[in-house]
Design a protein around this ligand. Structure first.
Ligand SMILES: Cc1ncc(C[n+]2csc(CCOP(=O)(O)OP(=O)(O)O)c2C)c(N)n1
Ligand SMILES: [Mg+2]
Length: 356
């Protein structure tokens, strides 16, 4: 079983583990590196804007930003193939953009407008795209994990060579439904890649205070599920580990667990005073481990010109500006939308009385 464990659980977030699989032979082509840089930057700029819009009262409800964690989903997506599916929690804007969903539709959903992916009725935590194989967006911690196993079952049942990438947080890993899912996925050799985004905190609780035992990557040991801990701030390490894990799942060997050691720079949600960690801790991660800065340096070492990198930033900023304008000008959903996409038929549509 390919397990890499922390010998002793440290207090606080500590340093991410040494990168795996970033040797010269694993270095992707420069074009692929540029794409990963662009994809991470798009998420960063989108989230920065979403934070501003929330502050201005243009976004209501819950809003959980992904800033700092961009390397995880971008590295995973760069290793995926057409038809692979994705399901995650409520910290989901980055996953949607990495799956190829339009910034316009995501931003308009945040502002509750008709042009949003759920026609303004879902908000930040509830967006889906069948076309891009993105299955949400789930507000209940851990609820997406059994859904991911169901998607993996569907891939296997239909004879597709695809994998469901099922994301969960460090705060979700102590739930019973996660282990029921692990058991079923292992029992039936389902192509399910579980990605634990260990950003060190579940709301205001440090993982060291909430999770007993060994590394989270080892949580599938009882079911024979291999696991690996990865520096989730290093997009190349993520990509290398993802290629290996996806290959395992795709070739019929069953599920796999990747624990991504990552960090969120902003609060849990927009209303988090962040009293549970120091400013120095956040600053150290930003200055020494930022995923975008790290890849920028690699690109500069490969002689990609600063002008090209700046042009990418301008391009993604323009996408975000357009998305913001769309999200501000798209109309509010019509009142009739209250009665669409609901499970129960309206009393007028059935002769049977709806019993309470
Ligand atoms: C079943 C359930 N219990 C509690 C909550 C409240 N809650 C929302 S987010 C969260 C923390 C989850 O942390 P983690 O899984 O680490 O994800 P992160 O926010 O760090 O991305 C909790 C307890 C919830 N939404 N659902
Ligand atoms: Mg967490």
């Amino acid at each position: 079983m390919a397990t890499k464990t922390e010998s002793k659980r440290k207090k606080g977030p500590g340093r991410p583990p040494k990168s795996v699989g970033t040797g010269v032979n694993d270095m992707p082509a420069t074009d692929d590196l540029v794409k990963m840089f662009r994809d991470m930057l798009l998420i960063r700029r989108f989230e920065e804007k979403a934070g501003q819009m929330y502050g201005m009262g243009q976004i209501g409800g819950f809003c959980h930003l992904y800033i700092g964690q961009e390397a995880v989903v971008v590295g995973l997506q760069s290793a995926s193939v057409e038809g692979d599916t994705v399901v995650t929690s409520y910290r989901d804007h980055g996953h949607m953009l990495a799956c190829g969903m339009e910034a316009d539709g995501v931003m308009a959903e945040l502002t509750g407008r008709e042009g949003g992916y759920s026609r303004g009725k879902g908000g930040s935590m509830h967006m889906f795209s069948r076309e891009k194989n993105f299955f949400g967006g789930h507000g209940i911690v851990g609820a997406q994990v059994p859904i991911g196993v169901g998607l993996a079952f569907s891939h296997k049942y239909k004879g597709q060579k695809n994998v469901c990438m099922t994301y969960l947080g460090d705060g979700a890993v102590n739930q019973g439904q996660v282990y029921e899912s692990f058991n079923m996925a292992a029992l039936w050799d389902l192509p399910c890649l579980f990605i634990i985004e260990n950003n060190q905190y579940g709301m205001g609780t440090a993982v060291t205070r909430a999770a007993a035992g060994r590394a989270l990557a080892d949580r599938g040991m009882a079911y024979g599920i291999p696991g690996k801990q990865v520096d989730g701030m290093d997009v190349l390490a993520v990509r290398a580990a993802a290629l290996e894990a996806l290959d395992h799942c795709r070739s019929g060997k069953g599920p796999y667990i990747l624990e991504m050691k990552t960090y969120r720079y902003r609060g849990h949600s927009m209303s988090d005073p962040a009293k549970y960690r120091t400013r120095e801790e956040v600053d150290t991660m930003r200055k020494q481990h930022d995923p975008i800065d790290q890849l920028r340096e690699i690109l500069q070492n490969q002689n990609v010109k600063d002008e090209e990198l700046k042009a990418i930033d301008s391009e993604v900023k323009a996408i975000v500006t357009d998305a913001t304008e769309f999200a501000q000008t798209s109309p509010e959903p019509d009142a009739s939308e209250l009665f669409t996409d609901i499970l129960l038929p309206l009393p007028s549509e059935t002769t049977d009385a709806v019993e309470a």
